[in-house]
Design a protein around this ligand. Structure first.
Ligand code: FEO
Length: 394
């Protein structure tokens, strides 16, 4: 895709990865983009690069605006290799001695990724860099989502280059929020739920800090997906809502099943929840990707996990999902467990223990049944569903 002028003399020169479907374990059904930006000022500046495989395309895009050798400065907002992988090719082409601006942690982390002795210029939080007509301000955003992460703000244009923050894995013809409308929000929500959820308290602090600073933001340019130019406050407000994790009257029933017994139990729980006016979402672990399940869990008030007992333990997909969810540290959830077993029946207890460790409000010992659920077992599942409904907000 050709470069686009996003503001006077500021260009999107990024690349579109149409075909990626798995981004380190996150499903990307609509690909992604690696956004890179070129500021044409007295000091020509490149902000972030792209995955290694896209270095030539990125250089070709830059060359449509200016000879890459004329780039004076490079800014690395984030070390992860989807944004730094092209640095060796870029620095080689523009000149290995050109200043490379990054946070102090960025300096440490880039040096652990690349052996080249680049001209690193670590910046202070709040530090400024004059490009001529424009001045950049650097804002450290540690652990959003790496220790090295930072934002770069163009004081005169009021543009925030926000690294992964406010991004989405979306590769379509649209480059701006006004070209896609609300269709971008599920992508933004999924990104938040799977990449940023565990840093919710830090995000709330950051948004408050930006408000206190009185920073005007006319445009947010993330490193993935569309640029927020029509209404940047829409995504900022969404981040506040998602970070707050206020539970809805919604329950996600996550399960796997061997011979449909745990599935029958899941269906009974979902029915009971529905009868009580709860938005109930059944998600079979071999039909739903873990990253889609986490997206549903983001605003749910309850998570109910069903696992058959296999070889005295959890079913493998359930273990996988619990490990994934635990890392993302969701807050304010009611939890419960259920499942069928043949002769030992440890799974329900093991799920319950995991949910307790995640600080879920586990409101019931759980329902476990042997082999195939009888009518009384189905009624026990209905009772569990009703009990969960009673623990959710109206
Ligand atoms: Fe898009 Fe954390 O890299």
């Amino acid at each position: 895709m050709k470069p686009i002028e996003i503001a006077k003399n500021i260009y999107w020169v990024g690349v579109v990865d149409w075909n990626i479907r798995d981004f380190h374990g996150y499903s990307t059904y609509q690909g992604t983009t690696y956004n890179s930006y070129l500021i044409m000022d007295e000091k020509i500046t490149l902000i972030d690069t792209a995955k290694k495989e896209f270095a030539d395309e990125l250089l070709a895009n830059i060359a449509m605006i200016v000879d890459p050798k004329k780039i004076d400065y490079v800014v690395s907002n984030h070390t992860e290799m989807d944004h730094s992988g092209s640095l060796p090719r870029i620095m080689h082409r523009i000149g290995e001695d050109k200043p490379l601006y990054c946070s102090k942690m960025g300096h440490k982390n880039l040096a652990k990724h690349f052996p080249q002795k680049w001209n690193y210029q670590p910046v202070e939080n709040g530090g400024e860099l004059s490009l001529g007509k424009r001045t950049l301000t650097f804002m450290e955003t540690r652990m959003l989502h790496w220790p090295d992460s930072m934002f770069t703000y163009v004081n005169e244009d009021k543009i925030l280059f926000s690294s992964d923050g406010f991004g989405q894995h979306y590769a379509g013809p649209a480059r701006f929020d006004d070209e896609i409308g609300d269709a971008v929000m599920p992508h933004a929500k999924k990104y938040f739920a799977n990449i940023l959820l565990l840093y919710s308290p830090l995000i709330l602090k950051l948004v408050n800090k930006i408000k206190e600073m009185g920073l005007t933001i006319d445009m947010i340019c993330p490193d993935h997906g569309i640029i927020w130019r029509k209404d940047p406050s829409k995504i900022i407000n969404a981040y506040v809502e998602w970070s707050t994790q206020k539970p809805k009257r919604k329950a996600v029933v996550v399960y796997d099943t061997m011979w449909h017994s745990t599935e029958t139990m899941a269906e009974a729980i979902v029915s009971a929840l529905g009868e009580e006016g709860v938005e109930a979402v059944p998600m079979h672990l071999r039909n739903c990707h873990r990253s889609d399940i986490m997206t549903e869990i983001l605003d749910a008030g309850a998570v109910i996990i069903g696992s058959p007992t296999l070889k005295n333990g959890l079913f493998p997909t359930v273990s996988d999902f619990l490990t994934y969810m635990k890392g993302l540290k969701p807050l304010n959830k009611v939890g419960a467990a259920f499942g069928s077993y043949g002769w030992s029946g440890e799974a329900v207890k093991l799920v319950r223990k995991e949910l307790e460790q995640m600080k879920f409000n586990v409101i019931d010992p759980g329902v476990k049944i042997q082999y195939v659920p009888a009518e009384k077992d189905i009624q026990a599942c209905y009772a569990l569903g009703r009990k969960i409904a009673g623990a959710l907000p109206d």
